[in-house]
Design a binder for this molecule. Sequence first.
Ligand code: 5GP
Length: 116
Amino acid sequence: MVQETFFSKIIRREITADILYQDNLVTAFRDISPQAPSHILIVTNQCIPTINDIKPEHEAALGRMIISASLIAKKEKIAQDGYRLIINCNHNAGQEVYHIHMHLLGGCLLGPLLAR
Ligand code: 5GP
């Protein structure tokens, strides 16, 4: 039994978020604590806890995450300069919300991938 997170409430618009994009598979909204000028979370509408839980039937939603990231980056006018997509999985990666989401970060020079 998958434990729902507050992301599901955002998707159902029961709690407020700055939603930039939504379709039948994914929802994208601004991160509440931005780590870059553009910091957007793209989440699967279905609550899948981690990348470890993905199954073949999730392929369409996971593909849509990347396609929507590309569209949103263009709308945010960060596509040309560049941006970073991150999916954290479990404790060692620092995953806090157990509902698959992709971070879209851009709008400045992001520096090295890993903090030391
Ligand atoms: P994770 O660490 O799981 O990869 O990322 C979770 C993200 O969710 C964090 O960047 C955090 O700032 C963001 N976040 C946590 N609570 C809220 C919230 O209530 N609203 C929004 N929009 N983002 C949130």
